[in-house]
Design a protein around this ligand. Structure first.
Ligand SMILES: [Zn+2]
Length: 416
């Protein structure tokens, strides 16, 4: 069964998002956060004390929590701050029978907060936790993209909550593309990237395109590659004092390919390796992973193998990982018909000329396709529940996303 389409009204109080590319040591953007627990008329939270304690710890507790995750992911640029005394409210009765209606639930949450003296202008981020036993929704969480509202089922894990808040920051589900040989243009989707919480990868770091979108990978950590050369990438999530570029942005025809090096560092526990993403029309928030081993199923071998060229023949661009080690990943890029560059020295990274992507709450409609997001096969050989669906909704020039059906939650490794 597919979830029927619903046109979602634009939430009136979309949260303030992070500033674009803030200086590395700027004061953090604070999202004042209210988490409200609701009971439906016909079904209350079964163990309200436990749910309240669980979500209090999930949002504002010691690591791992929402606060700790986004503190690390943003390198100190974003902080979720509890509203009032601890940020948790309720459970309060909603004037609703059990429902999956995004608009009705978020309105009930806002109304309950207002009735208890917490007006809408007192918070930037709202999370509404609802009972799950009777509404039988096809999703475990919903979020506006971008925006300041998330709906969470009472059983949702920390990974799921981090995923929903990523949507609120404007991030789409990060997909995986399997392309024809020597092309980054002729590609088909094949599930999720597995490299990000918003790509079904569990509680790992964000990908380079996601960090560029949110403004958390400043220009001096990126290299705009327009010529043949070699660069040594530091691990994407290495501590901030580690020198070196963290991503290459390679012009490939009208597109860009963003290359990152993932290694075990801080919050990042994803499979180490050098990964490439395709960015169309500067849509960093929706940049799919390019599977560098397209002949195989699964996501464990999607990294670029050392010494094996990754090519777009039409654009005459070849990316080759030359080495991976403690000092970083050495990546060679050949553009045009230039001969292979000398193996040393590594050129100094030039400042990126990439325009900083907007992270504002008023992402234009063209930022995301207003088309149906396909139901994707899972990358981990797990069955897709028959009632799963993912749908996009456009309303009033802004875009909201009904998302996160059961299939995705199967992919979210619980790492608490
Ligand atoms: Zn989602």
């Amino acid at each position: 069964m597919r979830t029927p389409s619903r046109l979602l009204a634009v939430a009136a109080a979309l949260g303030t998002l992070v500033a674009t590319a803030p200086p590395a040591y700027a004061a953090p953007t604070v999202r004042r956060t209210a988490v409200v627990l609701l009971d439906f008329r016909d079904s209350a939270l079964r163990d309200p004390d436990k749910v309240r304690a669980t979500f209090a710890a999930q949002f504002f507790g010691p690591a791992p929590s929402v606060v700790s995750y986004y503190e690390e992911a943003s390198d100190g640029r974003l902080r979720y701050a509890p509203v009032g005394d601890g940020g948790l409210f309720g459970p309060w009765p909603a004037d609703l029978d059990a429902t999956c209606d995004f608009t009705a639930i978020q309105r009930a949450g806002r109304a309950a907060l207002a009735d208890h003296g917490v007006p809408a202008d007192a918070y930037d981020q709202l999370a509404v936790v609802i009972p799950s036993q009777k509404n039988k929704c096809a999703w475990a969480g919903l979020a506006s993209v971008p925006g300041g509202t998330a709906l969470l089922m009472d059983y949702l894990s920390l990974t799921g909550t981090v995923h929903e808040l990523g949507h609120n920051l404007g991030l789409s589900h990060e997909r995986r593309l399997v392309c024809e040989p020597a092309s980054v243009a002729a590609c088909a989707e094949d599930g999720y990237s597995d490299r990000s919480p918003i790509g079904g990868g569990g509680l790992v770091g964000l990908s380079a395109p996601e960090l560029i979108h949110t403004g958390w990978l400043p220009a001096d950590r990126r290299v705009a590659v327009t010529r043949t050369g070699r660069w040594t990438l530091a691990a994407l999530h290495a501590p901030r004092d580690r020198p070196g570029p963290r991503a290459l942005e390679i012009a490939v025809g009208a597109r860009k390919v963003v290359v990152e090096y993932r290694a075990k560092a801080t919050i990042d526990t994803t499979t180490p390796g050098v990964y490439a993403y395709r960015v169309d029309n500067a849509k960093y928030a929706d940049a799919p992973l390019l599977d560098a081993t397209p002949g195989t199923k699964g996501t464990d071998d999607t990294a670029l193998a050392v010494g094996r060229p990754f090519t777009d023949a039409a654009a005459k661009v070849t990316v080759t990982v030359r080495s991976v080690g403690a000092s970083g990943a050495e990546v060679e890029v050949r553009i045009g018909d230039a001969p292979s560059p000398s193996p040393s020295p590594t050129p100094s990274p030039s400042p990126s000329v990439t325009p900083s992507p907007s992270a504002s709450a008023t992402v234009p409609a063209s930022e995301d396709p207003a088309a149906a997001e396909p139901v994707t096969p899972t990358p981990r050989s797990q069955p897709v529940p028959a009632d799963s669906s993912y749908s996009w909704y456009a309303a009033g020039g802004a875009l909201l996303l009904l998302t996160c059906a059961g299939a995705l939650l199967l992919l979210l490794r619980r790492r608490r």
